[in-house]
Ligand binder design. Sequence first.
Ligand code: ZN
Ligand code: ZN
Length: 106
Amino acid sequence: MSACISRHGEFGVHDIDADYVCKLCHALDEDALIVELNRLRADVKALRARVGRIAEAHCKDVDDHGGTYGVCDECGWPYPCPTYVWATTERDSLSTWDPADDRTVQ
Ligand SMILES: [Zn+2]
Ligand SMILES: [Zn+2]
């Protein structure tokens, strides 16, 4: 980022706000924005992998002959168990979540 030129025509140091915009000259700090973007991408990747491992663990029980009791191999609830449904359902991250929404009707 180049030097800050405030409204008064003076050069100085940018005063960057939480949205990476200088409060004095309204320039966007693109370098900081890219660093933040890459950090967020890495976080999303790590969280998706973690949720994926949870979904993998909560799979349907299957014995050596291909038979099943129709329950979750991990927790014993009827398959798909609430944990599997939770881990595999896309949600609006701003909405609230009620476990009752995921209960499967038996
Ligand atoms: Zn500035
Ligand atoms: Zn389960």
